[in-house]
Design a protein around this ligand. Sequence first.
Ligand SMILES: Cc1cc2nc3c(=O)[nH]c(=O)nc-3n(C[C@H](O)[C@H](O)[C@H](O)COP(=O)(O)OP(=O)(O)OC[C@H]3O[C@@H](n4cnc5c(N)ncnc54)[C@H](O)[C@@H]3O)c2cc1C
Length: 385
Amino acid sequence: MRMVLTQELEVWRAEIREFLDTELLKENAFNPEFDDAPEQWAIAVEFSKKIAAKGWIGLTWPEEYGGKGLTPVANQILLEELYAADAPLINSVGIFLAAGTILVGGSEEQKKRLLPDIANMRTLWAEGLTEPEAGSDLGSLQTKAVREGDEWVITGQKAFTSWGPMSDVLYVAARTATDVASSNAISIFVVDLRSPGVTLHPMRNYGGGVQSSTYLDHVRVPKTSLIGEEGKGWQYIMRAFYASGTVEPIYAMQESRLRDLIAHCKTVEGKLDDPHVQADLAELAGIIQTQRLMAYEIIGNNANGRKTPWDGGIQQIAAKEYEPLFAQIYDRVLGPTSQLRSGSSYAPLNGKPEAWYRQSFANHAGGTSQLKRMVLATRGLGLAR
Ligand SMILES: Cc1cc2nc3c(=O)[nH]c(=O)nc-3n(C[C@H](O)[C@H](O)[C@H](O)COP(=O)(O)OP(=O)(O)OC[C@H]3O[C@@H](n4cnc5c(N)ncnc54)[C@H](O)[C@@H]3O)c2cc1C
């Protein structure tokens, strides 16, 4: 199979590269999921506002909601370039999960009110799905929302909330009924994180990022905080993850890391002549290209209204499992110094591989690979639950 971009898309890619060359200094390239010290966060906010000012946040959304009405392929190219450059784009929860939910389920009024604020980076969202007893099994979540007059009263505990202290609002999945199946009992709310009754307890993970335990104690929100219809939250969450029609291009980030690795190996005499090193580098290239092809299969199918075999589940499993494998092979090529942290004069590539290795295991967000296998078996292969 040969993938060729149209002339128009090549011009688009060149435009993004030019923007990144001008607006992103090398030292400002980092992943705000793991590097979120206040000075880094300030850089990430400033950079993300520049992306927003270009109108590139909601590239595939209709123009009346702050988008550009472009194709998922155009959006994929943008994301590939951002990932390849390690560009610190923030608000992924707003851009993907929240906007996806609003687009598939929100009322016209909500689309006009909430989406432009995401497109302009005025509202930063955190995600409140997981709970202490409801991670993979999200349907067993216990946070409750009870209607009282013109308000909803929300009580419960959320776990692993990324970017909580830096965000404005929380995307909350809460139970609004107890006597029906979870698929009809969960609703989605937008909750101001400064509301009385909201408390965040941040904890640092081994990848370097911060997640919070989020406590919601009788938090009162106006009835307009319910996104879409009551009881449809489950369907919205499932559809929102696919609403942009794109696939997270981890392969683009890995490709740029592979280029750095080859450049580094060239500085070590004889390294690239070692057949083991050559085999490992070839394997890394294979991991990258496999994911790229799977991503474009899904994007092409989405764009043409076709179903991807097994609901595209294999791509999700591969992306999750290739991340640590990629890091391990990468470190094997570098040798023992790959485990030295930045700051050590012996650490190759400024110690970044050491951090990448740790971060490669913090990839549970959006569901673990074991869970994705269960979904592939039941939904993709149609096997019994
Ligand atoms: C870095 C990071 C950031 C995150 N950010 C957020 C966030 O912003 N907002 C949010 O809501 N959540 C967030 N999460 C939570 C994430 O979505 C959950 O960790 C994930 O859904 C798994 O849930 P759990 O941790 O409760 O594990 P569990 O569901 O308890 O699973 C534990 C283990 O059992 C396995 N397992 C569970 N069920 C099955 C099954 N049926 N078959 C086979 N194996 C199974 C899992 O694969 C896993 O290995 C984040 C997690 C991480 C690590």
